[in-house]
Unconditional design. Sequence first.
Lengths: 270, 270
Amino acid sequence: MQMGFAFTKLASRLSSIADLSDEDIEFLARMPTIISHFGSHETVMPKGERVSSCCLLLHGYLCWRDTEHGAGQITSVHVPGDVPDLHTLQTQRLPAHLQALCPVVVAFVPHAFFHQAASASLRISHALSLLAFADSACLRNWVVNLGTRASLQRVAHLVCEIALRLRAVGLAKDMRFASPFTQSDLAAACGISPVHANRIIQELRRRGLLQWQSRMIAIMDWHGLAALADFNPDYLWLRHPRDFLPATTDTVRNTQQATARPSAVSLEAH
Amino acid sequence: MQMGFAFTKLASRLSSIADLSDEDIEFLARMPTIISHFGSHETVMPKGERVSSCCLLLHGYLCWRDTEHGAGQITSVHVPGDVPDLHTLQTQRLPAHLQALCPVVVAFVPHAFFHQAASASLRISHALSLLAFADSACLRNWVVNLGTRASLQRVAHLVCEIALRLRAVGLAKDMRFASPFTQSDLAAACGISPVHANRIIQELRRRGLLQWQSRMIAIMDWHGLAALADFNPDYLWLRHPRDFLPATTDTVRNTQQATARPSAVSLEAH
DNA sequence: CGATCTGTTGACTGTTATCAACTCCGGTGG
DNA sequence: CCACCGGAGTTGATAACAGTCAACAGATCG
């Protein structure tokens, strides 16, 4: 799977929103971890649990889900490098079920380490605060998304967000990535019915904005998708958002050439 | 207006979610403030602004509004004692427009004071963290509300939340309080159209759950309203939520007796 | 006392949920 | 090897819900 050490994932994520020194990175390298694997839709931590370590996502996708089974609202989605439960450093109690959206690899990191890190370096302390508040900002943006946009735009916006967050930690370089969602999960995230989610995806495909087959998404027209979704990445608080946006309008030129042939067959790799 | 000193509002709010000592309260009493007044729908701080003080709400209601004019989504509502922009201690930039929902009184408190307070007392530091994360928890709950509940339930839920948060800081003792919302604001908070907001309110009135006239709300049947909304106050992280819930089913017995007469005339006071 | 904001109503339209059926796929066990 | 199964995706028909438009009533405020 070639994921390097756990701390590099965290360092990469922190660096996307804050400035870390080499010493800070060295400190993070001493992070004690317990690596765990979870299957798709397994509950990593149940709602209300008291915890004394945080969960650093290394591979795959996690989500916060309000009610455990099936159709409970998904309130946020997390990509590798995220620490979804960082706020448990202050509050301990989990506000919802932390659930795997696909097979995932996570590293449990003791609260104590984060407290040490925060005392050792003001920059790390600040970066961790930013990481926690960036989740708040995402949540606030998601309220806007649910409250003001029609379902087609909602889904487009979510796809844009996931893509950019992946690119911010060095993934999805070619605008192709494993989908965090089954269509039912997408519905649970966007507050629509699974049937409608299906029709929305079909519409996005029909418009040539993306391919979405067997758990792989390829964004064919980033600018079209972002325009449809009215996507503005400011709320992600990335230090250099432009580094992660496609450079020109020929977003996925290679992919488009590849798929100019008979039909779509280029969705295997990651 | 009889509001006491600014710090007592903050102390009351902090005490609702965390344990403060007398020394902590004394420290808070030394809080330097600049008192300001804003008119209804005035912008207290515009989106994107960099600030070096926080805004403690003393009287009235504030909200975060995504886009300035008219129909921009309201992402959260704040009651007296709240510090909506507490996270600017870490990030400075405002994530949305901070707007008055009615004539308000606020106290601007320098970031420096909060930093001092946090160094001076671990309890204060913890309480401030909780205050900030409680806003996150509200936001997460609001995503659930928008994503999973029908509009009638959404509005009912929001009314329950506001009522309980007011009671947690000693207001709305009789389940009657000034509404934070015009019907248009309510629509902007709940992601529905203003016309529909009007019809929802009528339905809530028709069911005998509340009175809502000229900016005053009186909850006539708390249990009915909470049941309709599927309201569970856990997400507010109150230390003693039961203290703020009505004791028995005869929620507003006095008010109900009053309004058993010809028509509703008992909504003036606060 | 007119201007403006807020609340209210009716008619119509469009979006989305729901229900039900069916396909496709991968895995599992006979 | 094949039958079966469950999960995921797809489709069509129908009904409920909510948005839009337009007009007007009532309140509030200069």
